[in-house]
Design a protein around this ligand. Sequence first.
Ligand SMILES: [Ca+2]
Length: 191
Amino acid sequence: MFKNFQDSILRGNDNGDKFVFKKKKSSGNSLHAEGGNDIVKSDHGQNTKLGSGDDTYVITGGLNHMISTGEGSDKVKLKSTDDTSFVISDFEPFKDRIKTSKSIYNTDLEVSVVQQSSTSLLAGASLEIKNKDELIGNIFFDKTEGSSFYDFMDEDRLAKIAFLNPAQFDLENGYFISAPREEIGTALLSF
Ligand SMILES: [Ca+2]
């Protein structure tokens, strides 16, 4: 159990680790939870790699929680929305979840899909969570090979998307339709 460090590099092991931060000076740590089902609970921003395993990150307040969920089915739980902000760098749809605690008024929350300005592809989309019109969360999808997002874009879907949007893929004569999945995936996912 790690408790109330500041500006430290904290490394767990392959067992389930627990990190708790709730003292005034307990921000700015780099957490490496490694394997196991880990739990992080913090009211200050931390830079966290949850690693493999089914992990839980509980945000009880604080700005700039930087969260990499890693492999496994992970859960980010929002227990505070005021003076709170977070970024998830590798969210996996169908596996990872974001939950709000009962104390949060869900009617104040708004989730929207936004595009990166450089692309109009769905693959370039991310999620924004706003609380009372104020941006509190940015969620980027894990698009690496083998992720659920990548698997969702199976060969057939990729071909259809590419075929329906030839201009987006610089396609002529449906070249990509017969291209290997990796190539289409690269075309879709590089942005
Ligand atoms: Ca661990």
